[in-house]
Design a protein around this ligand. Structure first.
Ligand code: PEP
Ligand code: MG
Length: 588
């Protein structure tokens, strides 16, 4: 029987990247570009023809936008769909349209030039605004310009979104990935980005196979080209031959069957062969994912990335809106609990403020931004407290690097509690407040940080980045981003031991927990709770039930003595072989 290795060894039609979200897809390329189109300023002779083209392009753009608006309303709710409504209003603005038509008649220039120029004036006005909200909207308007220009050139654009396509793009912001995923997207491929870039995380949450860091896929692939995406190994095959198609079709069918089998274990606990139960919680990255959490067999939500609300809406929901969202989530998951993480903004995530930072990952990010903006922080705390009445809500602080930050945050929380009490608004007086351990400072003094808080959650995505000084989203250094680095392992071991000696619960919610290869190691290091993407939970149960905790402990101990990543990987691989554990990769 042909193997993956053989297929890839003999393939010349291959592009390689980093496997970011598992799955196998055969489909057509859709080149998604946000590059500015070259605008032609050429003179025209037939004014009537130009006006007719403009009219058709505007109608087509409106039709497309209405479709997008309908999808957005259905999947994001009315408020959040507002950005598209605003775009539609601009398209229907009679003053703008009159200006464009008059200028075509007067200046006799290509309509695309006039459209670009007129809409740019709108944008300039917004860019000049002091409000960051308006500035954000100015970028949205870029989309309208591109849409009209494309339609003037009779190029296909949004119509493609109707079909099932594979998005190939230079890079994707979390918002891009989120919005695109609301169409019928089969897979994402990006030239840039690493395994833990937020676009990759969102792909995994939405179960959309993805490959990142392909360097030049956007140049090598063409719109409409047939390709195979292997999100398990990180390869793209373009213009596949019959043998390749047959091979991957069979793998795909096998995968569908496997998925059904895994769903059967969803209501069973994750217990090792010698009876140690591991709590599997879910990471929730996008609204709507809560439905999958309920069916995945998770025992609660270990990480709710609240900054997603900003990504989706492009604005900050107020206290009322947040309270409603959190209350709904908490009641859906009840009697299990939800850990709501305070807005983790900055870094490569949603930019809410216009801080000019040369190095945003080391700048105002996470809790630092919140402490700089107490109004924003307080509104969120009040909303979270209001959602905590049934005592199943925990609150978690991101990017903590000093105990002082915890103490100040706790004071603000206490102040919010006093306010709510005097307003006679009910909340859980004992709501637990924990921290993410994702900065080396918090790891080095984990015992003291644990003393100052109710629980710890290890965020390996950032912890690895900061420990090893490797940008988590930079494909140029992705081989240096090693989750099995001895430095990472020894640090995790220390955090777990410190938390235990402080008598505080510790879990791990970085992507490492979802790596099936890492699971026995993490269990062996003493972690009793892992928070992972809900889709990975059935796989995790299968793996955890195939080994003994006592054996995993020995293996983990051996790993922490190693000095090299390859030694650690070899030790883990051997553990898998000795215990005959089948990994997803091996299964397909
Ligand atoms: C982490 O850093 O591991 C984490 C879970 O947080 P995020 O990926 O949202 O930065
Ligand atoms: Mg983080």
């Amino acid at each position: 029987m042909t193997s993956f290795k053989e297929i890839y060894r003999s393939a010349e039609n291959i592009i390689s990247g980093i496997a970011a979200a598992p799955g196998i897809v055969i489909g057509e390329v859709y080149l998604f570009t946000k590059e500015k189109l070259e605008i032609s300023k050429a003179d025209i002779t037939d004014i009537e023809e130009a006006k007719k083209n403009l009219h058709e392009a505007l109608e087509k753009s409106k039709k497309e936008l209405k479709k997008i608006l309908a999808i957005a309303r259905e999947r994001m709710g009315n408020t959040r769909a507002g950005i598209f409504e605003a775009q539609l209003m601009i398209l229907e603005d009679p003053v703008l349209l009159d200006n464009i038509t008059n200028r075509i008649e007067r200046e006799k220039k290509q309509p695309e030039y006039i459209v670009d120029d007129e809409i740019s004036k709108y944008q300039d006005m917004m860019f000049l605004s002091h409000e960051s909200y308006m500035k954000e909207r100015a970028s949205d308007i870029e989309d309208i310009k591109n849409r009209i220009v494309r339609n003037l050139r009779k190029k296909r654009w949004q119509s493609r979104i109707k079909g099932e396509v594979i998005i190939v793009s230079d890079s994707l912001t979390p918002a891009d990935a989120l919005l695109l995923s609301r169409n019928n997207i089969k897979s994402f491929i990006t030239d840039h980005g690493g395994l833990t870039s937020h676009a990759a995380i969102i792909s995994r949450s939405l179960n959309i196979p993805a490959i990142v860091g392909t360097h030049n896929a956007t140049q090598r692939l063409k719109d409409g080209q047939k390709i195979i995406v292997d999100g398990f190994h990180g390869y793209v095959l373009f213009d596949p031959n019959e043998e390749q198609i047959a091979f991957f079709k069979e793998k795909h069918e096998h995968l569908v069957k496997l998925q059904a089998e895994l769903e059967e274990v969803s209501d069973k606990p994750a217990v090792t062969k010698d009876g140690k139960e591991i709590h599997l919680l879910a990471n929730v990255d996008v609204t709507g994912e809560i439905d999958i959490v309920k069916t995945s067999g998770a025992q609660g939500i270990g990480l709710y990335r609240s900054e997603q609300l900003l990504d989706e809406t492009g604005t900050i929901p107020n206290e009322e809106e947040q309270a409603l969202i959190y209350t709904r989530l908490a009641s859906r998951i009840y009697p299990d609990s939800i850990t709501i993480r305070a807005f983790d903004i900055g870094g490569d995530k949603f930019k809410l403020f216009d801080y000019d930072e040369p190095n945003p990952f080391l700048g105002l990010r996470g809790l630092r931004i919140l402490l700089e903006n107490p109004k924003l922080f307080k509104e969120q705390i009040r909303a979270v407290l209001r959602a905590s009445v049934n005592k199943n809500v925990k609150f978690m602080l991101p990017m903590v690097s000093a105990i002082d930050e915890i103490n100040i945050s706790k004071k603000i929380i206490e102040h919010c509690k006093d306010e709510l009490t005097s307003e006679r608004i009910p909340f859980d007086k004992d709501m637990e407040v924990g921290i993410m351990v994702e900065v080396p400072a918090a790891a080095v003094m984990a015992k003291e940080f644990a003393d100052a808080t109710d629980f710890l959650s290890i965020g390996t995505n950032d912890l690895i980045q900061y420990l090893l000084a490797v940008d988590r989203g930079n494909d140029l250094v992705s081989d240096l981003y090693q989750e099995f680095s001895p430095v990472v392992l020894r640090t995790i071991k220390k955090i777990v031991e410190d938390a235990k000696s402080a008598g505080k619960p510790v879990s791990l919610c970085g992507e490492m927990a979802a790596d099936t290869l890492a699971m026995p190691l993490l269990v062996g290091l003493g972690l009793e709770s892992l928070s992972i993407s809900p889709r990975t939970i059935p796989y995790a149960k299968r793996i955890i039930s195939s080994f003994k905790y006592e054996d995993a402990k020995v293996m983990a101990e051996n790993c922490t003595k190693c000095c090299f990543e390859h030694e650690i990987e070899k030790t883990i691989q051997k553990f898998f072989e000795d215990n005959q554990i089948i990994r997803t990769r091996n299964i397909i």
